[in-house]
Design a protein around this ligand. Structure first.
Ligand code: NAI
Ligand code: MG
Length: 480
């Protein structure tokens, strides 16, 4: 029973600070070997209704009345408590999500960092005074939306809870969190940690269950004033349509097909680990995964040979053995990825990694395709598995054209020593983030993040998220 260290009873939601047993349950299995781990509650409209009411009560009560400084102090205490439990959280995530231990530990660390960051930021977002007509004083107030809904995916549960719930709480919202059915355990553990650290009842409620049931009920709930969602484009469209009915703002982070552009003056020794890690981290199930590696023709053979060599050494196995790559989250995700690999049958495979286990998990071989035409499905569509494509280009103009030639725009990386090219491309790339001579270094708790195009809209992380999770009131006073 993985949640034992946190004293959480099995198959429960957290509503108004109490663990409420679910009427129906969902079996939780370990993606590394198929073993049963525990069960979670399968909530629906009734539990979402109760959670939204609990959040409204918290918003109007103890939580809503706290000063910004006190809220920040609570978030800091939660952050410290998360960091105290980092190894336990990592083990739970490794079992539940199949994430190799070191990577799961990095997620737990990021969750702690988000709480510290947003704890520190809570009392540092101010309104302004605006010069206006004679006899007037005008100022603005930053206020919470009220109740915020958070539907998160299974790939980085702790990080995505940190960035969305952390920022929402910092601004004084009360949250209803619906984690993904395949990855609820660290969400429940985090909620238990937060309650113990002094978060008032109802400020964070967790309802577990299926997307089509609990998720859809939360997205459509008229008592919710802001929705944040990370996941697939298809579900994102539904969330936005549901939010439109209630006329509430949404933040959508919907993944991508993020490129790294490697020019012939790049420092390849520095670039190589970034190029590969950005594709295979979390078995490629990463919204900001760099699945397209665009390489200038004059260094294409060298980059291809070095990546091929590295791919052949990649080892895939159970999360707990902490190899390079773990299993995919589910049989369903494995089918999505293997279908893509079949659609790549017409492409040259440069190299594949090795499955180094006999365990019955959802394993796929990391695969690097070479000489991929930019309009191929593998160069256009999000695979969400450990699959990267190499695409050659001749010059900067062609590189930019290919890089901007998908429906997505989340992250891009540029590898070049030419300062002018760095600046030109950073401006011209259609992307929410651009990294120059690195890719995602440091995790980026402080760095605003989000997409354009089909990658979504709105910004999370950093101070920017605090504007999204609040609303602005303008007060115009005439005093003569
Ligand atoms: P999904 O978008 O269906 O699931 C994400 C979350 O949405 C989960 O919590 C799920 O319970 C919830 N959900 C599902 N249907 C819902 C509905 N009708 N109303 C409200 N909530 C709902 O993603 P899924 O099916 O797990 O993965 C499919 C593909 O989505 C992946 O292959 C990948 O391409 C993409 N994806 C992208 C992610 C990202 O980080 N941007 C994360 C997860 C998936
Ligand atoms: Mg799971």
């Amino acid at each position: 029973m993985p949640l034992k260290p946190f004293d959480i009873p099995e198959a429960c939601h957290l509503i108004e600070g109490a663990w409420i047993r679910g009427e129906a349950t969902i079996q939780v299995t370990n993606p590394s070997d198929g073993a049963s781990l525990t069960t979670i509650a399968r909530g629906g409209k009734g539990q979402i209704d109760a959670a939204v009411i609990a959040a409204q009560v918290a918003r109007d009560g103890a939580w809503g009345k706290m000063t910004a400084a006190e809220r920040g102090r609570v978030l800091n205490r939660i952050g410290h408590a998360v960091l105290d439990h980092i190894d336990t959280l990592a083990q739970i995530e490794a079992l539940d999500v199949g994430k190799p231990l070191k990577q799961a530990r990095a997620d737990a660390l990021a969750l702690g960092r988000y709480m510290e960051f947003y704890g520190g930021a809570a009392d540092k977002i101010h309104g302004e005074t605006i010069p206006y007509l004679d006899g007037y004083t005008v100022y603005t107030l930053r206020e919470p939306h009220g109740v915020t809904g958070h539907i998160i995916p299974w790939n980085y549960p702790m990080q995505i809870i940190g960035r969305s719930v952390g920022a929402a709480l910092a601004m004084g919202n009360a949250c209803v969190l619906k984690p993904a059915e395949d990855a609820c355990l660290t969400a429940l553990a985090f909620a238990a940690i937060a309650m113990k650290a002094g978060l008032p009842a109802g400020a964070l409620n967790v309802v577990t269950g299926l997307g089509s049931e609990a998720g859809a009920a939360l997205a459509a709930h008229p008592g919710v004033q802001h929705m944040s969602f990370t996941g697939s484009v298809r579900t994102g469209e539904m969330i936005q349509a549901a939010a439109a009915k209630n006329v509430i703002p949404v933040t959508l982070e919907l993944g991508g097909k993020s490129p790294q552009l490697v020019f012939d003056d790049a420092d390849l020794d520095r670039a190589l680990p970034f190029l590969i890690n950005a594709g295979i981290q979390n078995a490629g199930q990463t919204c900001s995964a760099s699945s397209r590696i665009l390489v200038q023709r004059s260094v294409y053979d060298e980059v291809s040979a070095r990546m091929t060599d590295a791919y052949r050494k990649l080892r895939v196995g159970p999360a707990i053995s902490d190899l390079d790559v773990g299993p995919l989250i589910s049989a369903r995700q494995k089918k999505i990825v293997t279908d893509f690999l079949e659609r790549g049958a017409d492409l040259p495979i440069a190299a594949q990694g090795k499955i180094a286990t006999d365990a019955k998990g959802h394993y796929v071989q990391p695969t690097l395709f070479a000489d991929v035409p930019p309009d191929h499905t593998l160069a256009q569509d999000e695979v969400f598995g450990p699959v990267q494509v190499l695409i050659p280009f001749d010059d900067e103009t062609e590189a930019l054209h290919i890089a901007n030639g998908t429906d997505y725009g989340l992250v891009a990386g540029i590898w070049t020593g030419d300062g002018g090219r760095q600046m030109r491309l950073a401006k011209a790339l259609k992307s929410g983030q651009v990294f120059i001579n690195n890719y995602g270094a440091g995790g980026g708790v402080e760095l605003p993040f989000g997409g354009i195009g089909k990658s979504g809209h709105g910004r999370e992380k950093g101070f920017e998220a605090l504007y999204g999770f609040s609303t602005l009131k303008t007060v115009a006073a005439w005093h003569g």
